[in-house]
Write a protein that binds this ligand. Sequence first.
Ligand SMILES: [Zn+2]
Length: 130
Amino acid sequence: MTRKPKPTVSPRYCEAGVCGKPTQGGKPFCPDHLFSNAYARKVFAVNEAVERDAEGAKTKTPEELDVTGVIATEILRTLSQDGQKTIEKIAQDVNYLDSEGAERYAIALERAGLVKVGRTSRGAMTLKLL
Ligand SMILES: [Zn+2]
């Protein structure tokens, strides 16, 4: 009886420097060296930037907020997509942002000349792109 040869998956070894540990599932790096992977490093860097921004949204004054950061960019993006929005809606739509943070960003973005702050007839703060 002849057996079909098993399809051979050539084992892959970690490409980080002299590591050389076998990796799982054909990945180029072992778990220890995953961050050698450019994509993983990029994802990690973006997450870090978001976390830094998210922390800033809670603690920084409008003067200190980065209006070119990840959260500010996301606010501007949702405004360009949806038009005028209330602070509450922005806080709902943008990750890591509560309404107080959204209000501080609104002030920062208005000072930067990027948005116009308004009020609804009920007095809720609104934002729209300039
Ligand atoms: Zn490794």
